[in-house]
Design a protein around this ligand. Structure first.
Ligand code: HEC
Ligand code: HEC
Ligand code: HEC
Ligand code: HEC
Ligand code: HEC
Ligand code: HEC
Length: 424
């Protein structure tokens, strides 16, 4: 019996790995699972991640689309590890400097554009951002965005264009009709003359009928002089009226700027959010023009433009380094007597920038799209519904309003036409 105990048991030799294998597999799987579980699918984490992403990353990254940096969908699968992502986001320069193969290759692929370092982000923040990216990636690439409300509304000023085009058509039509009438008249005169010639007429009568119509007889006729004077007076009057109406109106104004900054490149091609640069639109009266600091978040690295080469960006860098403000020429300017507030319109009213400023993202040079007259403000306040959704402040008002009128409440119904709202 004892002998059999000391004898090496062949079955034991085989069962040992067989017994440990599941254990090893278990740890391996646990490691995998825990790695996958690290990225949360909790709505709270995803929404925290979205806020962080929008505030810090969106200027350069999209989930499905390459922008200044790579599309981030699937980054957890392609990057070396989640820890790598954490250190790269906190300090990409250090990772690249360490000679990390993946980082160096990526850096070169992106023309040595250095990503901003986010040393203040905690591991937890980065995990939330990854949660957001994963959730977005799972949704699949977004369908081509439907035209936004703002773009559906024709830019103001269109109306003026249409009516003057219409006027021209009417004018041309009238001239054609007049010419036709002249031709018909000529035929009638010829016919009458032929008819009279067949009658017995005195020599004097014949002379009247056949008196030649020469340019000089026309020019001396009273009727002709009257017509010329009338047309000249009408044209002069129209010019004066047009001039009077356009005093102080700067529609179409598009001054040259000290640096050839292009909205078409930044807001169009690279889809940088308007609010990234115009930081005041949600909270203040003024939209704000960005300081060179904001520009330098990207132009620390991007030194070369495709259309203007190094020249224009160099001017930006110089202004930044010498701390001289860039003297942007103001495009939109209301007289001091009128008060306009961006937050009221963009944040509370939910009006799109483009409704008032036109398709800025297609403009190399910003131009004033709207009239910016009092009539323009009032016209919109008459037509536009008050944005009362989710705004408890308005609940009471809406209830009172709905008792007296079936129509939606307009800005006008909330005092939007009161002089004192726009003039102090
Ligand atoms: C100023 C522009 C910029 C900002 C802002 C930015 N990134 Fe990047 N990011 C880049 C560029 C460019 C790269 C490509 C690598 C390189 O050139 O260094 C990159 C690469 C990455 C990568 C690696 C991608 C891959 O394919 O492996 C990750 C992950 C990343 N960024 C995450 C973030 C996160 C998260 C944020 C916000 C907290 C952020 N980035 C903000 C420009 C930016
Ligand atoms: C990268 C920063 C940046 C982004 C993004 C950006 N802008 Fe601008 N914007 C500027 C700068 C700088 C100026 C001043 C120079 C000029 O007029 O071109 C300006 C000027 C303007 C002006 C004219 C201001 C005046 O003087 O009256 C309007 C209107 C405007 N931006 C609207 C927009 C809208 C709408 C968007 C989004 C579609 C947008 N901007 C996105 C930087 C930016
Ligand atoms: C979020 C990143 C980002 C910010 C912020 C930014 N830019 Fe740019 N800028 C770019 C990119 C990307 C290009 C395109 C480079 C190219 O043409 O390939 C560019 C190009 C330019 C060019 C050259 C255009 C050309 O085609 O030659 C100028 C000038 C410029 N930017 C000025 C500015 C100014 C001024 C600001 C601040 C008001 C600013 N940028 C803010 C990313 C940015
Ligand atoms: C309801 C119309 C309206 C909307 C919507 C609107 N703006 Fe304006 N914007 C104006 C008017 C009017 C001015 C001139 C204000 C003045 O001179 O006091 C102006 C001026 C500006 C200026 C110049 C200077 C400044 O700081 O005020 C910028 C930049 C600007 N708007 C950007 C934007 C952006 C970006 C948006 C969208 C987020 C936007 N605007 C939405 C009407 C509008
Ligand atoms: C594209 C439409 C539009 C244009 C153009 C517009 N507004 Fe408004 N305005 C609104 C909307 C919408 C609101 C209501 C916001 C809200 O829900 O409280 C509003 C509200 C206001 C208010 C607050 C009214 C109140 O009862 O509290 C003032 C003041 C104002 N606008 C001034 C102006 C001035 C000045 C101009 C012209 C320079 C102008 N607006 C042009 C749409 C417009
Ligand atoms: C929704 C805003 C708004 C309301 C309400 C409003 N105004 Fe104005 N008003 C303006 C703006 C903007 C201008 C500047 C127009 C310009 O520069 O062409 C202006 C200009 C004026 C001017 C200067 C004359 C001119 O054409 O330059 C007078 C006077 C005036 N308003 C009187 C009034 C009176 C009186 C009321 C009340 C019945 C009133 N406004 C209500 C926005 C408003």
């Amino acid at each position: 019996m004892d002998k059999t105990d000391t004898k090496p048991n062949m079955t034991d030799l085989f069962t040992l790995p067989a017994r440990t294998l599941p254990l090893v597999l278990f740890f391996f799987a646990a490691a995998l699972v825990s790695n996958a579980q690290e990225i949360s699918s909790e709505p709270a984490a995803i929404s925290a991640g979205q806020t962080l992403f929008d505030n810090n990353c969106k200027a350069c990254h999209r989930v499905h689309q390459k922008l200044i940096g790579p599309a981030l969908a699937g980054v957890t699968e392609r990057a070396p590890s989640i820890d790598w992502i954490k250190s790269f986001v906190k300090n990409s320069a250090a990772v690249i400097a360490s000679g990390d193969e993946y980082a160096v290759a990526l850096y070169n692929e992106y023309n040595k554009t250095q990503m901003t370092s986010f040393s203040t982000l905690k591991d937890e923040d980065i995990m939330n951002i990854l949660a957001y990216i994963q959730a977005e990636a799972a949704k699949g690439p977004e369908v081509a965005a439907a035209p936004q409300d703002g773009t559906a509304i024709p830019p103001s000023g269109e109306a003026e264009g249409v009516s003057s085009r219409y006027l021209n058509i009417v004018l041309v039509g009238m001239i054609i009709i007049l010419l036709l009438l002249l031709v018909i008249l000529a035929f009638l005169i010829a016919a009458v003359k032929r008819f009279l010639d067949q009658k017995d007429l005195t020599a004097e009568e014949k002379e009247v009928i056949h008196s030649p119509i020469t340019p000089s007889t026309i020019a001396r006729s009273q009727g002709f002089i009257f017509i010329v004077v009338f047309v000249a007076a009408a044209l002069g009057f129209k010019a004066v009226i047009n001039g009077l109406y356009s005093i102080g109106i700067q529609q179409g104004y598009a001054p040259k700027q000290p640096i050839a900054f292009s909205h078409k490149i930044h807001a169009g091609q690279y889809q940088i959010d308007c609010k990234y640069c115009h930081t005041g639109v949600l909270t203040g009266k003024n939209a704000n023009i960005p300081s060179p600091n904001i520009c330098m978040n990207c132009h620390n690295q991007i030194k070369q433009g495709t259309t203007t080469g190094e020249g224009e960006i160099a001017r930006l860098v110089k202004a930044y380094e010498t701390n001289t403000p860039i003297e942007w020429v103001r495009v939109h300017n209301l007289p001091d007597l009128a008060y306009f507030n961006h937050a009221q319109h963009v944040n509370v009213g939910g009006v799109e920038c483009q409704t008032c400023h036109g398709p800025v993202e297609t403009m190399d040079v910003v131009r004033q799209q709207s009239l910016l007259t009092m009539g323009w403000c009032i016209d919109c306040h008459r037509k536009t519904d008050l944005n009362t959704r989710g705004n408890a402040y308005y609940d009471n008002l809406v209830e009172i309003h709905s008792k007296s009128s079936a129509e939606a409440m307009k800005v006008e119904d909330n005092g939007g036409l009161e002089c004192a709202k726009c003039h102090y």
